[in-house]
Design a protein around this ligand. Structure first.
Ligand code: NI
Length: 399
């Protein structure tokens, strides 16, 4: 593999990648509304001669996938970039600040899209030497939750024929120049649950003639805390939070129903699997004891992001060669979540963090904050790393 050539090509397209990034940043689009972003991406890929270009998923004009075939057929690796923005008013006043009121690229997905277009240039320039095939996946709606992009793209065959997948996330709390990685669980699962408790309404002065769902709901709220404190191995990680309570309309009325909603995060797929059953068991037991009826819904959102050990090995080699061993930083599990995890349920994959924190540039502000700012100086490393990682995978498995 010619790492130097890849690095040189990545540097050559640096200004182009920065321009793409600024353009995407100035024109952010919400999940499943990334049509203009997708059209721009599509036109660049057409110009570069990509094959099997497909734009539009989930009944929208959003999302683009495209392939490049090298000197031989070989294995197929996908590289994924998410492209959606967030409903947030930007507070940063850069020349390329959002032109769309209340919408902002506050997670760096503009950088991801721009970096992957940089990769598209590098791979196109080296097409004759590429030892296999690469699919670029510009994924919409990473932030959408229930209808997020990855599972929809998988349903619509975006992963057909793919042997492995890789991707990156710019990371503001990791120092610029560092590459954050982790083998096994890297980011948490995130799921939602809802409990509806049904009693019998009545007058506040005659509780014996009513069945009070509020008391049952309150008891459920306190008792489900024992799932984490008493049922889960203390060496495992789980978060169970109540986010919303809804019950009653006036001080002297015992209501008919009470509703509770909350979320669960875990870092182990087995623990995640068990959470819905544990919450249901406690809710049903308490409701029965207090003469109420209960309905429990567990709504799965994002699985645990689990990095494949062999893919992490390739990432470490690639990073070591391009940026030096010192750039590698093994991170603790992040309790945020990523819909990249859906791809990893289908094929081996690795997601890594491209550090970009630099207080002198203000690029260390929290993701999803109005002060979030991307560090353009790390984009070239992202282009070189993803290109080399894909190349290394193809070389390793094309035997
Ligand atoms: Ni993000």
């Amino acid at each position: 593999m010619n790492t130097e050539k890849i690095h040189a090509l990545a540097s050559e397209v640096e200004q182009k990648v920065i321009d793409f990034r600024h353009d995407f940043h100035a024109h952010p689009e919400l999940p499943w509304k990334e049509e203009e972003t997708s059209k721009k991406i599509e036109s660049v890929l057409i110009d570069l001669g990509y094959e099997n270009i497909r734009r539009g998923f989930y009944g929208t004009g959003s999302g683009v996938i495209a392939d490049i075939t090298g000197k031989e057929d070989g294995p197929l690796i996908a590289i994924r970039a998410d492209i959606d923005a967030l409903p947030l008013q930007e507070a940063v006043d850069d020349p390329w600040k959002s032109t769309c009121d209340g919408v902002m690229h506050a997670c760096g997905h503009d950088a991801h899209a721009a970096i992957l277009l940089g990769v598209a240039h590098v791979l196109a320039a080296l097409k004759e030497e590429l030892p296999g095939r690469v699919r670029l996946v510009f994924q919409p709606a990473e932030e959408a939750g229930v209808n997020s992009g990855a599972p929809m793209l998988i349903k619509e065959d975006a992963l057909a024929g793919v042997d492995a997948i890789c991707g990156l996330h710019v990371w503001s709390t990791l120092e610029a120049g560092k590459i954050g990685f982790r083998s096994g669980p890297m980011m948490a699962s995130a799921d939602i649950w809802e409990i509806e408790v049904k009693g019998r309404g009545g007058h506040g002065s005659r509780p014996h003639e009513a069945i009070d769902p509020t008391i049952a709901a309150a008891t459920i709220i306190t008792t489900i805390q024992t799932v984490v404190s008493r049922e889960i191995d203390p060496l495992e990680t789980a978060v169970l939070s109540v986010g919303k309570i809804e019950s009653g309309t006036a001080a002297n009325i015992i209501p008919e129903t009470a509703r509770i909603q909350g979320n669960v995060r875990t870092t182990n797929p087995q623990v995640r699997e068990s959470m819905g059953g544990r919450i249901s068991r406690i809710a049903e037991g308490i409701a029965a004891a207090l003469r109420c009826e209960v309905k429990v819904d567990f709504i799965p959102i994002y699985p645990v992001t689990v990095n494949d050990a062999a893919m992490v090995g390739l990432l470490r080699e690639t990073t070591g060669e391009l940026l030096g061993e010192k750039a590698l930083e093994e991170l603790p599990i992040v309790m945020g979540s990523e819909d990249f995890s859906f791809y990893q349920q289908k094929v081996p994959g690795v997601l890594f963090f491209l550090g970009m924190g630099d207080p002198s540039k203000g690029t260390d502000a929290q993701h999803h904050s109005p002060n979030f700012r991307t560090n353009d100086s790390v984009l070239t490393n992202g282009v070189a790393l993803l290109s080399s990682l894909a190349w290394r995978f193809l070389e390793t498995f094309n035997r």
